[in-house]
Design a protein around this ligand. Sequence first.
Ligand code: 2HG
Ligand code: ZN
Length: 468
Amino acid sequence: MTLHDPNASAALLDGIRAFINPAHVRTDADSGLHYGRDWTRMYTPNPLAVVLPETLDQVQQLVRYANEHRLALAPSGGRTGLSGGAVACQGEIVVSMERMNRILDFDPTDRSVTCEAGVVTEVLQNFACDRGLYYPVDFASRGSSQIGGNVATNAGGIKVIRYGLTRDWVTGLKVVTGRGDVLELNRGLIKNASGYDLRHLFIGSEGTLGIIVEATLSLTRPLREPVIMVLGVPDLDSLMSLYHIFRNKLELSAFEFFSELALRHVLAKGLQRPFEAGTPYYALIEFENPDGIHTDTALTLFEHCADQGWLEDGVISQSQAQAQELWRLREDISESIAPYQPYKNDIALRISKVPAFMSEAEALLQREYPDFEVLWYGHIGDGNLHINILKPADLDTAAFAEKCGTVSEHLFTVLQRHGGSISAEHGVGLLKKPYLHYTRDEVEISYLRAIKQAFDPNGIMNPGKIFD
Ligand code: 2HG
Ligand code: ZN
C-alpha cells in the first residue's frame, strides 16, 4: 500500500526506529533501488523504506507494528529471483534479512545445521564442506542467494535429479507469521506425524504467509570425484535417448541441456567450445567416478550412442578444473543473456512429456514469433525447461512485454495440455501471476487464499505476489 502523506509515512518509520537501529531503517534512493528489486528487471522499485532487522524479536515487533498500521512488508533475501517475488514496487517496506546471517548450530550426529535466513548459500555450502559434508542444493546464484529466499521459493537448481529441491533438505523452520506469531516448525525431526506440517506451507510461499527467520537443514556426504561429460546432440529424441541410457547405467547427479543458440552467448563471453563441432543441442552429465571406476561404462555408453546417431561428439572432464569450466557452459548462460532483457519461462513437465511439449512449443514459437530469438536450456533431467525470449534491439520494453504476454498465453495452453506447471523453481511472484490458472484451477486457488487468510488476515505479507 502506498502512503500518500509524507509526514504520515515519516512518523510511521520513526515508530519502527524505536525498536530497530535507525541506521537500519533506510529511505534513501540508492537503498530503495538496491533492495527494492530482484534480478527481474521488468518492474520499477518503489519501496516506502528498507528495514534490516538483526534479531527474531525485531522481526516479530516489525510484523506486529505492520499489522497495527496496515503496512505492507516485502521479505527480501539475496534478491536473485527471476519472477519478481522480492520486488517492492507498491510502497512496501522491504524487510532485508541480510544482517541475520549467523550459522547458529551444527550437529554431526544429526548431520544438520541451523542458520539464520540471511546466510548466503555458498557460505553454508562451504561450512558443510569444511566439516566433510555437503549441502547439495546448488545453482549459479550460490554466491549471493540466501537460505531464507531459497526456502521461500523452494529453490531447485542443477542437482535436483539426485538430491531433490530445497524442500527435501529443510527439517525445521522458525517463522514469524503474518499475524506476528513465532512458530517453530518441525524442530529438525526426521519423522513427525503430529498433524499438518506447516513447514511445507512456508516452503515455496514467496513471503506471502510470514517471514522465515531460521532454517534447520540436513547435510549429506560430498560427491566422490564427480566428472562431467558434455555431449553434442543432433535432436530432441536423441537427447531423451541419452537420458534414458545414461540414467539407467550410472547414478547421475546432473543431466542438463542447452541449445547451440544458448551456447553462443557464453562463447561470446570468452568461454571455449567443448569440442569443435557445433550441434543443435548439448547434454551435460555429471556422475561420481571415484578412482575412475565408471570411466569404462561411460565410454562404452558414449560409443553405443554415437553408433546409434544420438550424439555427434563429446568430452569428458579430466580434472576438477576442466569439470568447472564445462559447468560454466551451462551455468553462465543466464548471466550472459541478461543484457537482452530476456522474457523468462521456467516450466515443469513430467519427463516423459518433455519431447512432445518441446517440439510443439518450438513449432509454435517459430510460426508465431519468427523474429524472436528463443533460447532453450535447463534441467531437462528433472523436467524443468528454461525458455528465454530475447528482446530484439529495435523493440521497446513495453511492446516486448506485451508480445511476450501473448506468447505466454499460447505456450501455457500447450503446457496445460501436457499437464505441466508454469513455474518449476523460480516461483510465481509478479511475473507469472497472470498465468497461475494454467496450473492451479479456481477451486485450488480458493484454498490457497484461505491459507493466506489464516496466516496473514490483514494481507500485509508481500501483497500482490502469487495471486491477488
Ligand atoms: C538456471 O537454471 C537458472 O540457470 C536461471 O534457473 C534460468 O535464466 C534462466 O532462465
Ligand atoms: Zn534453473
